[in-house]
Design a protein around this ligand. Sequence first.
Ligand code: SIN
Ligand code: CO
Length: 394
Amino acid sequence: MSNPIDTPLEILGGISADVFLRDYWQKKPLLIRQAIPDFVSPLDGNDLAGLSLEELVESRIVLEHGETPWQLKQGPFAEDIYSGLPERDWTLLVQSVDQFSPEVAEVLEHFKFLPSWRIDDVMISFAVPGGSVGPHYDNYDVFLLQAEGQRQWKIGQMCDNESLLLNHPDLRILDSFEQTDEWILEPGDMLYLPPRLAHWGIAQTDCLTWSVGFRAPSSAEVVTHYADFVARFLPDEQRYSDAGMSPVSNPNYIRPEDIKRLRQLINEQLNDDRMLLTWFGQYMTEPRYPDLLIRSELSTDELLHMLEDGAVLTRNPTARLAWSHIQLDTESAAVFFVSGNSRIISEHLVALLDLLCCADAIHIENLQPWLNDAEAVTLLCELVKQGSLECVDE
Ligand code: SIN
Ligand code: CO
């Protein structure tokens, strides 16, 4: 269960979710001292370096004074890369560490006051003294949690697509940084930054910083992907039509009435809320690493036997789940979004959907209300087959 929205939250420095969302979210930065008091990182720089050797893991190293200024090296790396790096001024960044470490994924529990489908990943950086990725801005909200060592964070101006960048093939480093504030963050401290705010984090000691980043499709993505999605359901025969049009006085002229028809066509096709919800739920639950979903051929009987024998259902860390209500022709129902797919579910199963979205280990006792419900059992089995849920012996 989530807290009432006006409960002071330690992770927000004692302010409530409603105040944070009203005054800070997407608007202005917030420094939170000891957001997670006595925080001890479950992994260190060596663990992160180990992850950067793995084929499936996205990693990069930024060297301020490399063969070129701000040299970017893309992982996966060979082990000997680390012995060849200088003592200062480099950073290793590893994407989506929450997918590979359940202890890291636990930090996301603190962010339940935000929709889970907005959360993208936990990126972790390890930097040696002086290490930084340069002054830049991101298009996403981020919570920067200091996990180990000290990092100085400077913040600057609000940027946009007109902001001047250095001429760099891979990195978007700002040409000028107009500093407005700076702080040294210690383990457990956290800095929230809204999208497009210039920032610059410079390691003071060897340090680890966790970035809880958010997903927000660009308007261009929304328009193109949604239009593509809708188009899949439209037959070629359905076309621009102008039955009953008035005679043209100039055959080369596009008249306002022609554009009005076009506008009507677009409105008719793109204005369906159910279609929009279906597309959005699928899009926002698309997993970052679909290859990590482990498919299984378990039958419903086998699944129930395993659960009876003490196995538990766990969510695959790469699976993304969300649900909503949907209005069908004669009744309302739920729609469940799982890792880029959607399915209509009877309304009486919404508590099960919620359990599946929230629970980390589901035992047979948790499933009692639904064990004799054929639709519920089929759903569980489908999720296991598709790999979003795993049935594991404890
Ligand atoms: C870092 O952790 O070094 C960079 C994170 C960021 O600025 O977005
Ligand atoms: Co950034």
